[in-house]
Design a protein around this ligand. Structure first.
Ligand code: PNS
Length: 165
């Protein structure tokens, strides 16, 4: 059994993340989607909301997927849950520098755990949680970019009426 951990902020999960998860289930026999608890960042969605959205949106996959959260070093968490690999998605060249650094540092911290990258599908390379939040806060339609539960939640948290000043 090959177990991979797919870490991220998932604030919120997007169709890009779901595409990576769907494709990873064809490669790995177990996948843990792990939401980072980062006290230095102020996410829009609570940890509970982010995990709940992930749980709802992975129901479409008939696969061994666990949703969890972690705090601290990713390699320590991967070791704790007996994951063999870290999975990350790569969208554009702009992602590469950060991901290269992340994977080399994680390799240095724990050489047992390799990082595996899946290229984002071509029609989803432009997608990011940050852009989705910006579009939503400016009144744009985000239903093509995130699962239905996220559309509802983001609209309730972000949609503003500029005339109310
Ligand atoms: O979705 P993101 O924000 O791009 O995910 C980044 C994440 C969670 C993969 C990265 O910030 C991370 O692994 N944080 C955990 C802390 C850690 O291990 N830091 C050292 C990395 S070399």
């Amino acid at each position: 059994m090959i177990h991979a951990v797919y870490p991220g902020s998932f604030d919120p999960i997007t169709n890009g993340h779901l595409d990576i998860i769907r494709r990873a289930t064809k490669i790995f026999s177990k996948l843990t989607v792990a939401v980072l608890v980062n006290p230095q960042k102020k996410p829009l969605l609570t940890l509970h909301e982010r995990k709940q959205l992930i749980r709802e949106s992975i129901q479409q996959f008939d696969a061994n997927i666990v949703v969890d959260s972690f705090y601290g070093l990713l390699v320590d968490y991967a070791e704790k849950i007996n994951a063999h690999a870290i999975l990350r998605g790569l969208r554009a060249v702009s992602d590469f520098e950060f991901e290269f650094q992340l994977s080399l540092m994680n390799q240095r911290l724990n050489p047992r755990i390799n990082t595996v990258y899946l290229m984002a599908s071509a029609d989803l390379t432009y997608l990011s949680s940050g852009l989705v939040k910006e579009i939503c806060s400016l009144g744009g339609d985000i239903k093509d970019f995130v699962p239905p539960g996220a559309v509802e939640l983001l609209n309730s948290k972000l949609a503003t009426d500029p005339s109310q000043g």
